[in-house]
Design a protein around this ligand. Structure first.
Ligand SMILES: Nc1ncnc2c1ncn2[C@@H]1O[C@H](COP(=O)(O)OP(=O)(O)OP(=O)(O)O)[C@@H](O)[C@H]1O
Ligand SMILES: [Mg+2]
Length: 382
């Protein structure tokens, strides 16, 4: 029997705030989302009182979990800072596409936030862009596979909780296993450890998340997943420069960010915004990838610079950021992505895989990585 939001709220009224007030009456609760037996919500309190609320958070989670029909409960405790600390918030992304911009909740200097990085992960890098649809996820997946090809242990975290695409891009189906109550095992695809909200929520479920819930979903995917000892974790970011990005940048010790841009000027304006955001929160920008950079006619081999090629390279130079490479607009890249058979894994001998491997090697060098240990190449027929 599916549990309802009202049942959850009724149960929560048995949980009291540190002052003895029933939780739903405290004004600290976010919207309660119930999906497929999974319950998510957050408690937002003043940063000064946050310690006294941890017990309340635990009690709320336990109370909800005990309800019949509840498969899992995730309650995040978030501290709201009074006033506009941080100064980096509010830069709404130019991308619309029906995605909700979460309410601001992640302000504050990066150093003040508790780190949620898994201890065994050496470097976490974000693949981001100012605007949607420029090929972040495609780049993140193939970059991760390129890093794997260098002999590294690599994880891929899909931080796009509004539109998770990593399960589809890697052709991974099914749900992660849980161990020890609340620990999730990462999924695996083509040798990568992978986690995405797409494994936890039905694809048709409308993703309406509030700011604090964005954070709690991200922190859960970092903290409550049994990530192995990874050399690099690649994070596929949602588009834009809103709160999800800020949260990542503030709470996760990112070693760096890679900005994906198409060559058009408009996209570059967004790319600049992305770069500025990471710089504001002191995350080094490792470089720019120009995606859909040029088109090579599969029939005649003629190259066409359909979008005015080279913009990202010039922009990178101007901004003093490394230019990591140009990925052509190619039907193979698109088709392999859509089929869940990413080009670096399924056509490793082809020109497109070579482009991504080259980008991966540059990224690894930017991370100060040692010499690459090329792994034996596993060829999977496309
Ligand atoms: N180099 C490329 N050549 C051909 N098609 C590409 C290329 N890069 C990405 N695509 C295609 O463009 C579309 C958008 O790519 P992708 O999903 O990676 O973008 P995104 O920036 O992650 O989007 P979103 O902002 O929605 O998360 C996909 O259909 C993908 O297959
Ligand atoms: Mg994406």
């Amino acid at each position: 029997m599916a549990v309802t939001k009202d049942e959850v709220l009724r149960r929560l009224s048995e949980v009291k705030s540190p002052d003895g007030v029933p939780l739903p009456a405290t004004g600290t609760l976010s919207d309660v989302v119930v999906s497929d037996g999974k319950v998510f919500f957050s408690i937002s309190v003043d940063a000064a009182t946050v310690r006294s609320w941890e017990g309340v958070r635990k009690a709320a989670e336990a109370a909800v979990k005990a309800l019949p029909g509840v498969v899992s409960a995730l309650v995040a405790l978030t501290a709201e800072r009074a006033g506009g600390a941080g100064g980096a918030g509010g830069a709404a992304s130019g991308n619309g596409a029906g995605r909700q911009a979460p309410a601001a909740a992640a302000a504050g200097p990066r150093t003040a936030a508790p780190s949620v990085a898994p201890a065994a992960v050496k470097s976490i890098i974000a693949v981001a862009s100012g605007k949607g649809g420029v090929g972040k996820s495609t780049t993140a997946v193939n970059l991760a596979l390129g890093l794997l090809g260098l002999g590294l242990k690599v994880g891929l975290l899909d931080a796009d909780i509004y539109g998770p695409s990593v399960p589809r891009l890697l052709g991974i189906k099914g749900r992660p296993e849980t161990t020890g109550g609340n620990r999730l095992q990462p999924m695996t695809g083509y040798g990568l450890e992978v986690m995405s909200i797409g494994f936890l929520v039905e694809e048709e479920t409308p993703m309406i998340w509030r700011g604090p819930m964005v954070m709690s979903a991200l922190t859960q995917m970092l903290r409550d997943v049994d990530w192995g000892a990874l050399d690099v974790m690649v994070v596929d970011m949602p588009p834009g420069t809103g709160d999800a990005q800020l949260t990542m940048a503030q709470q996760v010790p990112l070693k760096g960010a890679i900005i994906v841009s198409t060559p058009q000027d408009l996209a570059l304006i967004d790319a600049r915004r992305g770069i500025a955001m990471f710089r504001r929160v002191n995350v080094p920008v490792l470089g720019i990838v120009e995606n859909m950079s040029y088109f090579v006619c599969p029939q005649c081999g003629t190259r066409s610079d359909i979008f005015g090629h080279g913009g990202a390279r010039h922009e990178a130079e101007r901004l003093g950021v490394r230019f990591l490479g140009e990925v052509p607009l190619a039907m193979t890249i698109r088709e392999t992505s859509d089929a869940g058979r990413p080009v670096v894994a399924t056509a490793p001998g082809g020109p497109h895989a070579a482009v991504y491997r080259d980008i991966a090697a540059k990224v690894w060098a930017e991370l100060g990585g040692g010499p690459a240990r090329p792994a034996p190449r596993i060829v999977i027929e496309a």
